[in-house]
Design a protein. Structure first.
Length: 328
């Protein structure tokens, strides 16, 4: 399978900028560049937009009439999936693992505006995939043709989207003659991190990819990353040989739980906004930024080195967690 001939439903505004962050760099003592996938454009942007170009194209190829996925109440993935489905003329259903939230704000407000069918599974987070399947089963009984997108859109197609994002980054670095020493990204359902790893291998970049997990234990991430890169490798019929050492996941910045803010993440939101005028989100990118601050402080990421921080979006989540962000 040639990755360039994979069906694609255009959504994103590409390439996203690769920005220098001079004030942040000065504060941290390392050169920080930011890959602005918060600015993928469609439906308020974020990393899921790249993945959805391939997932929605596949839904259309399979003649689906409704797209079903799942996540947390402030899921960026459900918001962008619902918007992409709408643009493709399809219905959308979002399965939340939790019970109904109090206020309709942030991503949840956008889900309502998009007219997505919202289902509350009242289950554990790790039962979300099962709950999505059950919703698909019910839709089939009603004569509908559901297309199932797993949590986070982390599939081989989602990974191919991030392989191509790596090529885009590689070209930007080449033009500016920059050799990065590390890439830092958020590790959630792992498709973004896996796709970046696959892309780095495929396009022959020699740069370590540091993931900061925000929702799962490190060992679970490592297993998911290996599986996703393996599935992608089979899919594109191109060997992507991964050493154990290539899989780098930092587990110290997750805090109490997924979507529970930490004091360090809160501080990272304020510092990044006040130094660079850039907003992070409390669930994903702020924990990752807090992780990068600490990894530089501890010398795991070297001072005076060049680091690409991959901003994966999530900005609407700020409005869904305003009290957490304010520390109230
Ligand atoms: C989903 C998401 C991530 C995590 O990406 P995965 O591919 O699920 O690991 C990171 N940042 C934001 C803002 C997200 O919405």
């Amino acid at each position: 399978m040639d990755i360039y001939s994979l069906p694609r439903f255009p959504l994103a505004t590409l390439p996203t900028p690769l920005d220098e962050l001079p004030r942040l760099s000065q504060e941290l003592g390392a050169r920080i560049l930011m890959k602005r996938d918060d600015l993928t454009g469609f439906a308020l942007g974020g990393n899921k937009v790249r993945k959805l170009e391939f997932l929605i194209a596949d839904a259309l190829a399979q003649n689906a009439d409704v797209v079903v996925t799942g996540g947390g109440v402030q899921s960026n993935h459900i918001r962008t999936t619902a918007a992409a489905a709408r643009k493709a003329g399809l219905d959308a259903a979002g399965v939340f693992f939790s019970s109904p939230a109090g206020e309709v704000n942030g991503n949840l407000l956008l889900d309502e505006i998009l007219g997505a069918q919202l289902i509350y599974a009242n289950a554990n987070k790790n039962e979300t995939e099962r709950a999505i399947e059950m919703v698909c089963d019910n839709l089939r009984v009603q004569g509908r043709r559901p297309y199932l997108i797993p949590v986070g859109g982390s599939t081989k197609r989602g990974c191919v989207a991030y392989m191509l994002a790596v090529q885009e980054l590689q070209e930007q670095l080449r033009v500016q003659n920059i050799q990065p020493d590390a890439i830092v990204t958020t590790t959630g359902s792992c498709g973004t991190h896996a796709g970046i790893l696959a892309g780095v291998k495929f396009f022959g970049m020699s740069v370590p990819v540091h993931g900061v997990t925000v929702s799962r234990p490190v060992e679970e991430c490592r297993a998911r990353l290996a599986r996703l890169v393996g599935e992608t490798s089979d899919f594109i019929e191109h060997a992507l040989l991964l050493d154990d050492a290539d899989i780098i996941v930092h587990g110290d910045y997750l805090g109490e739980a997924y979507a529970k803010i930490t004091p360090e993440a809160r501080s990272a939101i304020y510092r990044t906004a006040q130094w660079e005028g850039i907003f992070l989100d409390p669930v994903y990118t702020a924990k990752t930024m807090a992780g990068m601050f600490d990894l530089i402080r501890r010398g795991v990421l070297k001072r005076n080195s060049t680091i690409v921080f991959w901003h994966t979006g999530g900005t609407p989540g700020l409005f869904g967690f305003s009290n957490d962000v304010l520390g109230q």
